[in-house]
Design a protein around this ligand. Structure first.
Ligand code: SF4
Ligand code: SF4
Length: 179
């Protein structure tokens, strides 16, 4: 298999510096609005804050992969005496929760590291975090060439999982026949 150079993008999260301001959610949802910057809605953000001031919990989490099914069990972490919400550290757009799903359509959301058009050199949530709780790093790795699945395919797969292929095909056919 051919080797290719792959850019690995990392965001280091220092939760001790996060004050729960939610600026990251605001800029992410505004950048991904259609048209761009026309609205903002944290529920559409690809980064979400678990925020419990009484427990001193401020935990930014990035939207990862779409998960068709939930796990058989759930984790609750207690770190340094703080208890985090069930599945708090999980990045999946999973059917067990609304997190990382479009509020209207239920389609899965995934952080694209701000590679959306126009691609950003530094992710916007990192730029907007005035407390430096988020720090961006890049490196290159040599990896085997692999086939990538695009967002449209992942979105369609989630609708197939939810409604069945037949219903989806019928709906798309009906929509394409409308004026
Ligand atoms: S990197 Fe970009 S897409 Fe990902 S959460 Fe931050 S602002 Fe949103
Ligand atoms: S912008 Fe920074 S400080 Fe504000 S909620 Fe996001 S990660 Fe935390």
């Amino acid at each position: 298999m051919a080797k290719i150079k792959k850019k690995i993008k990392t965001i280091k999260i220092d939760i001790s510096k996060c004050n729960g301001c939610r600026a990251c959610e605001m800029i992410c949802s505004a950048f991904h609005a259609n048209p761009k910057y026309s609205s903002n809605n944290p529920e559409r953000s690809r980064i979400r804050m678990f925020r419990e001031p009484l427990n001193d919990v401020y935990l930014p989490v990035y939207a990862g992969e779409y998960a068709a099914a939930e796990c058989m069990g759930r984790d609750i972490y207690v770190l340094d005496g703080r208890e985090y919400e069930e599945c708090a550290f999980c990045r999946a757009a999973c059917p067990s929760r609304d997190l990382f799903h479009e509020p209207d359509s239920g389609l899965p959301l995934k952080c694209d590291m701000c590679e959306d058009d126009p691609p950003q050199e530094v992710p916007l949530c990192v730029k907007w975090c005035v407390n430096d709780a988020l720090v961006y790093e890049e490196r290159e790795e040599e990896v085997d060439e692999e086939e990538s699945i695009d967002d449209v395919e992942v979105g369609l797969q989630s609708l197939v999982d939810k409604h069945g292929l037949q219903k989806l095909v019928e709906t798309i056919t009906r929509m394409s026949q409308k004026d």
